[in-house]
Write a protein that binds this ligand. Sequence first.
Ligand SMILES: Nc1nc2c(ncn2[C@@H]2O[C@H](COP(=O)(O)OP(=O)(O)OP(=O)(O)O)[C@@H](O)[C@H]2O)c(=O)[nH]1
Ligand SMILES: [Mg+2]
Length: 332
Amino acid sequence: MAANLSQPYLEAEQRYRSATSTEDKIAALEQMITELPKHKGTEKIYADLKTKLAKLKKGADKKGGGPARKTSEYVIEREGAGQIILLGAPNTGKSSIVGATTNAPVEITDYPFATRKPIPGAMKFEDIRIQLVDGPSIAPEFFDPFFPPLVRLADAALLCVDLSSPDCLDQPDQILKILREVKIELVAGIVADTQRNTSPRLLPTLLVATKADAEDADTALELLRETVGARLPILPISVRQPETLAALARACFDMFGIVRAYSKAPGKEPDMSAPFILTRGSTVLDFAQRVHKDFLARFGFARVWGTGKYDGQRVARDYAVQDRDVIELHMS
Ligand SMILES: Nc1nc2c(ncn2[C@@H]2O[C@H](COP(=O)(O)OP(=O)(O)OP(=O)(O)O)[C@@H](O)[C@H]2O)c(=O)[nH]1
Ligand SMILES: [Mg+2]
């Protein structure tokens, strides 16, 4: 997909992803809309950009209070490599996960429905940050009507299922059903950016089996795997076991379908300070045009270090960039 979008569009997109204020995000989105080639294949991206822009503008208008303030609380500005929303029944440990992996001021309680509004936090994964959004709980008796639009805008979801709860095996289907009613389908695997505005919205999801330290959690996990293991990937975690949280960060990154690459000038050390983020499947030529718009026309060849296989080897222009590759670009 990246290859079909113009360099000015990609630059605006990079600005959008790194913007920290609403104003900057709005400016970058407007630029993306201007630069987007308008044809059948980009219709969905266009609609998605327009929706995002409308939401941001709505949020900006309502800053400072007023009667409609509740809506703006539900617009969470995306930050970092991607946004992941936490979903699940009450008391399943959603806020505990966000509390244990970020600095967000979440409310952790032993009673249900403590979380009333979404709260974002930044989870570190190696040299990038992943945004986790703690959300209100979902239950047949109560589903906050302001929540679905936010879920739809996330890049991926964590469906939290409580291994210590007696209704552990019923929770996944209960939540899937409630979300299906508002046209959100939790799915395994990666969903392309071009598929973001489909109805239902297909949301890449990891089922997080929480409280893995609890008594009889192993038996519950085994049964859960039998019940939903074929439909969604399952990762057991406990906020009391830090190694499970490290595995969670890696699993979250894997859901985005992105790779990181570092630029290296010939004869110099690579710049490891900030990776370029590319869609998985992007080529070394896509990388070159991301580094500098002139590089596409002047591209000669590239050398790659990384993934244990390459140690400065020359690669063809259609080489698919692997996560953490260091790439040295040579101009013709
Ligand atoms: N043993 C154990 N308890 C946990 C774990 N994670 C959360 N808890 C407990 O589970 C209860 C609920 O945790 P929360 O993080 O508030 O759950 P929530 O899903 O955000 O709940 P609401 O937003 O209130 O619906 C609290 O008493 C936590 O201490 C865990 O990994 N192990
Ligand atoms: Mg909570």
